[in-house]
Ligand binder design. Structure first.
Ligand SMILES: Cc1cc2nc3c(=O)[nH]c(=O)nc-3n(C[C@H](O)[C@H](O)[C@H](O)COP(=O)(O)OP(=O)(O)OC[C@H]3O[C@@H](n4cnc5c(N)ncnc54)[C@H](O)[C@@H]3O)c2cc1C
Length: 373
C-alpha cells in the first residue's frame, strides 16, 4: 500500500486571470487541474482591463496589505525578465481637477502615513521623475507613486497558460455556463452547459462578475456591485510615456506595440445595453476619450482608437474581495474581486494553498464569503 496521498483533483470555472493564476499555482503544488470557461480565455474583464498595479489611495488595512503582496509578486516576475513588453514598472501619476488640490494633498499625506511611496509634485517637477507627460495638463499638483506598474493581462494569461499546459493541466473552452455539482453536501465537480461532467475533490468559482450568479443555485448570496465599463486600445503612436496616468478625464497606460490603453467612467451614461446582453457606445464618445488622453501626453499625438471592449467590471457589493471556501458547500471556493489585475498572482497563490492544504491563510481572513450571510 502506498503512503503517498493521491493528487487532489481540482476543477476551476473561469478563464480570467484569477482562474488561470489559481490553476497554475495548483499545478505547481502537484494537483490535477481542469480549467473550464464559458468561451475563450480572457474573454471578459481580463481581456479589457487597465491593469494598473497599485495600492494607491485609502482602503482597509488587510486589503492594502494584500495589494502590496500582489505588487510584490509582479515585481518578482518582472525581475526575472525586465524586458517583457507586457509587464512594466514605470510608476503611477495621478491628479485631481483644478480646485481639488487639497484633496490631492490629503491623499498624498495618507499614502505617506502608511509608508506607500508617494511624491507630491508641482507640474514643473514632473519631467524629472517620469517622461512623456504634458505638464500643462496638470493643475497645481500631482502625485507620483514610483513603485507602481502595469501589466497587459491577455499577455500574462498567455504566459501562464504555457506553464499550465507544460504541467499537464486540462483546458475546456466553450463550456458554456458551467455549474458546480454537489454530492452529499460537498462540491463534487463541474457540469458544462452541454451536460458534460468533470468530477473533482474541490471546485473554484472564478467567474468574474458572474460569480454571484454561479453560486446562487448553491443557496449562497454574494452581493454584486459590478458596473459596466470600457477599455479602449489605440493605434500605435510614438511616445515616451512610462507611467500609468489617472486623471480627471482619462486613465491612460502604455500598452505593448507602442499603443495606449484608455479607461474612465464619465462616458458610462453613453453605453447602451442590448437585449442580447451586448453593449455599444457611439464612436464619437470613444474618440472624445482618446482626445482627452492626447492632452496628457507630450506633443499631444493624434490618438486614434483601434478597438474597444465593453462589459462588466467585477466588483463585490461591499467593494472588498471575496476569497475562500463556502461555509454552506465545503470544497467549493470562490474568487471574486475588484482590482483582480493587482491581486491576480497573489490570490492564485494563496487560494491554491487553501484548496490543497485546507489551512486558511491569515491574509484572506477578512475576505470570506460568509460575511454576507
Ligand atoms: C475597464 C477595467 C479597468 C480595470 N482596471 C484595473 C486596474 O487598473 N487595476 C486592477 O488591479 N484591476 C483592474 N480591473 C479589474 C481586473 O481587470 C479584474 O478584476 C480581473 O480581470 C478579473 O478577473 P477574473 O478572473 O476575476 O474575471 P474575468 O476576467 O471576468 O473572467 C471570468 C471568466 O469566467 C467565465 N465565466 C463566467 N461565468 C461562467 C460559467 N458559468 N461557466 C464557465 N465560465 C464562466 C467568463 O467567461 C470569463 O472568462 C479593471 C477591469 C476593467 C474591466
Amino acid at each position: 500500500m502506498s503512503s503517498i496521498a493521491p493528487a487532489k483533483r481540482v476543477a476551476v470555472i473561469g478563464g480570467g486571470i484569477l482562474g488561470v493564476s489559481t490553476a497554475v499555482h495548483l499545478l505547481r503544488e502537484g494537483a490535477s487541474v481542469v480549467l473550464l470557461t464559458e468561451q475563450g480565455l480572457a474573454s471578459e474583464a481580463t481581456g479589457r482591463s487597465l491593469s494598473w498595479l497599485n495600492s494607491a489611495g485609502e482602503r482597509s488595512t488587510p486589503y492594502h496589505q494584500l495589494r502590496l503582496a500582489g505588487v510584490d509578486r509582479y515585481r518578482t516576475l518582472f525581475a526575472g525578465n525586465p524586458g517583457r513588453e507586457w509587464l512594466q514598472f514605470g510608476g503611477g501619476l495621478m491628479w485631481n481637477a483644478a480646485g481639488q488640490e487639497a484633496v490631492t494633498e490629503a491623499r498624498h499625506a495618507y499614502e505617506k502615513s502608511v509608508g506607500y511611496d508617494s511624491k507630491l509634485l508641482a507640474p514643473a517637477e514632473i519631467a524629472a521623475v517620469t517622461p512623456g507627460i504634458d505638464a500643462t495638463a496638470v493643475p497645481e499638483n500631482a502625485i507620483f507613486n514610483p513603485g507602481e506598474g502595469w501589466v497587459s493581462l491577455p499577455h500574462l494569461v498567455e504566459f501562464l497558460m504555457e506553464e499550465f499546459h507544460s504541467r499537464g493541466g486540462q483546458l475546456v473552452l466553450n463550456a458554456g455556463k458551467a455549474s458546480v455539482k454537489v454530492d452529499g453536501g460537498r462540491a463534487a465537480g463541474v457540469e458544462t452547459a452541454a451536460g458534460e461532467t468533470y468530477k473533482a475533490d474541490a471546485v473554484l468559482v472564478a467567474c468574474g462578475a458572474a460569480t454571484p450568479a454561479v453560486v446562487a443555485p448553491l443557496g449562497v448570496e454574494i452581493p454584486n456591485g459590478s458596473p459596466v465599463s470600457m477599455l479602449v486600445l489605440t493605434k500605435p503612436v510614438e511616445h515616451e510615456v512610462k507611467a500609468v496616468m489617472n486623471t480627471p478625464r482619462a486613465a491612460v497606460r502604455p500598452n505593448p506595440g507602442s499603443t495606449f490603453a484608455l479607461d474612465h467612467d464619465w462616458y458610462e451614461e453613453h453605453i447602451t445595453e442590448h437585449a442580447d446582453g451586448s453593449f455599444s457606445i457611439p464612436d464619437d464618445v470613444v474618440q472624445e476619450l482618446a482626445d482627452e488622453a492626447s492632452k496628457l501626453i507630450g506633443g499631444n499625438p493624434d490618438l486614434k482608437p483601434a478597438s474597444w471592449k465593453i462589459g462588466y467590471k467585477p466588483i463585490p457589493g461591499d467593494g472588498e474581495p471575496v476569497f475562500g471556501e463556502l461555509g454552506k458547500v465545503p470544497g467549493c471556493f470562490v474568487a471574486f474581486t475588484h482590482s483582480g489585475a493587482t491581486l491576480g498572482l497573489i490570490a492564485g497563490e494563496l487560494l491554491a494553498g487553501e484548496i490543497l492544504t485546507g489551512d486558511t491563510h491569515p491574509m484572506l481572513a477578512t475576505f470570506r464569503p460568509e460575511r454576507f450571510s
